[in-house]
Design a protein around this ligand. Sequence first.
Ligand SMILES: [Zn+2]
Length: 150
Amino acid sequence: MNKLKWWQGEWYERQRINEAAAELAAVDVIADSQGQQLRRLFELDRDQGREIARLQAATGVLMEFLVESKVVEEGALRARLDSAFAALDPQQPTSPAAQGERTGRGGPAAPPQRQVTCPVCGRQVALRNTFVTVSGEVCDQCYYAAQGET
Ligand SMILES: [Zn+2]
């Protein structure tokens, strides 16, 4: 196997995971209907992984060609890709520069942070600042306050 390029790592690893999952399914240890659903999911995931690997190979060839023919500089290409990947991941805080670039290009805006109302204090908080408890999604302040009481 060729040495992986920096833009290949993640998905090729994923492909190996998918192959392992396919082998696992082939062992036929999963027999009941729930298992069959799971196996279908594995198969779907494997097929998608294959498709992604093809797309990635095509993209890799294109990028390599662009860099080799000096159309673009590798560092600049990498920086662009990094900011594009960061924009795809809502968990990752994006730099103001990257955000300006995104809105400037008129691309899709990031989905608004889902807000929930804390059932304890009634505050509106971002979903990621909550804890799931028996009384629902409680804000972190109430959660830690309750932890202190016990
Ligand atoms: Zn609260």
